[in-house]
Design a protein around this ligand. Structure first.
Ligand code: AR6
Length: 172
C-alpha cells in the first residue's frame, strides 16, 4: 500500500527517485520552483532540457537530476488559471497523472510534488489541492511502481490545506 505524506519545505532538498518540476512549455527554466530546481541541479539540466523540444500543457517529461539529491526531475507543465472554465482542472489533473505514469515507466518508487500552478500561474490553492490529492489517489488505485508520494509545500497555507485534506481522508 502506497503512502502519501506532506511536508513544508524546499523540494530541491528531497532525496527521492524524482522530484516534479512546475515548468513551462519551453522547459528551459523560469522563476518559482522551476528556477530553484535549475539553480540546484546546475547547468547540465538545461542542456538536457534543450534536447526535449518543449512540453505541452498537461504533459510531463523526465530528465536526470544532476547535482540534486533527487535522481530525476519530471518536468510537468501546469495550466495558467483563467477563471476555471478553460479546462484548467483537467489539465492540472493530467500533470499529476502523466508524472505518475512516467515514474512507473521508469520503475521509480518515491516521488515528490510541488503545488503545481499555484504560484505564478495563479491556480486557487484550495482547488489545486483537491485536484492533486484526488488524482494521486486515483493513480495509486492502479498498478504502479510508486510507493511513496511526498507533497512538498513551500508555503504554510498550502501545507495547512494538504494536512487538512489528507487527515480528512484518513491517509496520513
Ligand atoms: N520547493 C517547493 N515548492 C516551491 C519552491 C521550492 N523550492 N519554490 C516555490 N515553490 P511556481 P507555477 C512553490 O510559481 O504556478 C515558472 O516561472 C510555490 O510557492 O513555481 O506552476 C515556470 O517556468 C508554489 O506553491 O509554479 C513557469 O513559467 C508552487 O511552488 C511558471 O513559473 C508553484 O509555484 C509556473 O507557474
Amino acid at each position: 500500500m502506497a503512502t502519501i505524506q506532506v511536508i513544508q519545505g524546499d523540494i530541491t532538498k528531497q532525496a527521492v527517485d524524482a522530484i516534479v518540476n512546475a515548468a513551462n512549455t519551453s522547459l528551459l527554466g523560469g522563476g518559482g520552483v522551476d528556477g530553484a530546481i535549475h539553480r540546484a541541479a546546475g547547468p547540465e539540466l538545461v542542456f538536457e532540457c534543450r534536447l526535449l523540444h518543449g512540453c505541452k500543457t498537461g504533459d510531463a517529461k523526465i530528465t536526470n537530476g544532476y547535482r540534486l539529491p533527487a535522481k530525476h526531475v519530471i518536468h510537468a507543465v501546469g495550466p495558467v488559471w483563467r477563471g476555471g472554465r478553460q479546462g484548467e482542472a483537467e489539465l492540472l489533473a493530467s500533470c499529476y497523472r502523466r508524472a505518475m505514469e512516467i515514474a512507473s515507466e521508469n520503475q521509480l518508487t518515491s516521488l515528490a510534488f510541488p503545488n503545481i500552478s499555484t504560484g505564478i500561474y495563479g491556480y486557487p490553492k484550495d482547488k489545486a489541492a483537491d485536484v492533486a490529492i484526488t488524482t494521486i489517489r486515483q493513480c495509486l488505485e492502479q498498478p504502479t511502481s510508486v510507493e511513496t508520494i511526498l507533497f512538498v509545500c513551500f508555503e504554510a497555507d498550502n501545507f495547512a490545506l494538504y494536512e487538512q485534506r489528507l487527515h480528512a481522508n484518513g491517509i496520513s
